[in-house]
Design a protein around this ligand. Sequence first.
Ligand SMILES: NC(=O)c1ccc[n+]([C@@H]2O[C@H](COP(=O)([O-])OP(=O)(O)OC[C@H]3O[C@@H](n4cnc5c(N)ncnc54)[C@H](O)[C@@H]3O)[C@@H](O)[C@H]2O)c1
Length: 283
Amino acid sequence: MGWLDGDVAIVTGGGSGIGRAVARRYVEEGCRVVVADVSADRLAQVQAELGDRVATIVCDVRDHRQNAAVVRKAVETFGKLDIFVANAGMGDKFTELADLPADQVDAAFAQIFEVNVKGIIHGAKAALPELLKTRGAIVVTLSNSSFYPDGGGVMYIASKHAALGVVRQLAHEFAPLVRVNAVAPGATRTNITSPAAFGEATAGPQVGGDAAARAAAIAETMPLKTFPEADAHAAAYVLVASRTQAPMMTGTVIESDGGLGVRGLRRVRGGEDLARRVLGTDR
Ligand SMILES: NC(=O)c1ccc[n+]([C@@H]2O[C@H](COP(=O)([O-])OP(=O)(O)OC[C@H]3O[C@@H](n4cnc5c(N)ncnc54)[C@H](O)[C@@H]3O)[C@@H](O)[C@H]2O)c1
């Protein structure tokens, strides 16, 4: 028995990274999943990996009609919709305002907000009628950047703060019939891409240069001292989506960020030598 047995979900941006890990875990929990992404190549990989418990559809979340087509695909293929995961998102290459040419500000703002904020709103609007029929749930991918500065540049941080507002307002508007929650991952090993306004597409900000050194530096910033793979967050998406396990959760954000909220001022983490002090061993 899985926690999502018999459920049908949509995962946007499920072609790679965190969304793909969520789709994989949902299937393991007994769910059938429609994976939506702008990349047909990535969707083909997901289909090959996850088989007939998954259906795929090319979708740009910035467009309402394409979101509506994703919802239709879920109903036509699997009969209903229980869970809508609004996960598709893009980064901004940590571009600070001082370094963004003035003539790029409009484009940078529009390109990030269209995906990271409007995409969630379009998805929720398209999914709502079917979620009302099943008393289903929405799960949004937020970020440490929904709470703290410097996990991106001003455009990414502003978009993820705005997305937190979308979660809270929709949780209010849709209660008591549809629950709306979020997972806020911290820095994660993915190849998140950025819109054109931030310059040429590259691999994710975490993997430029000497990848091992950058990964170690990122891990060092987190109290839990880990730069995780995408699947580290998947169980949180299962919990908030589950009718039986989270019946009282709405408007909640699970922060899956290695403890950024308890990062210290004197020390990043206070427990570095805890085992030695308490147990007398270094392990
Ligand atoms: N990687 C991190 O460190 C991190 C940390 C916190 C939050 N997040 C968030 O996690 C989510 C997933 O990012 P990821 O790191 O897995 O990156 P990713 O690039 O691996 O996955 C994002 C997916 O979204 C798809 N996508 C992009 N624009 C789209 C659009 N307009 N319509 C449909 N699909 C689109 C991409 O093709 C890609 O497959 C994003 O919302 C991101 O902001 C990432």
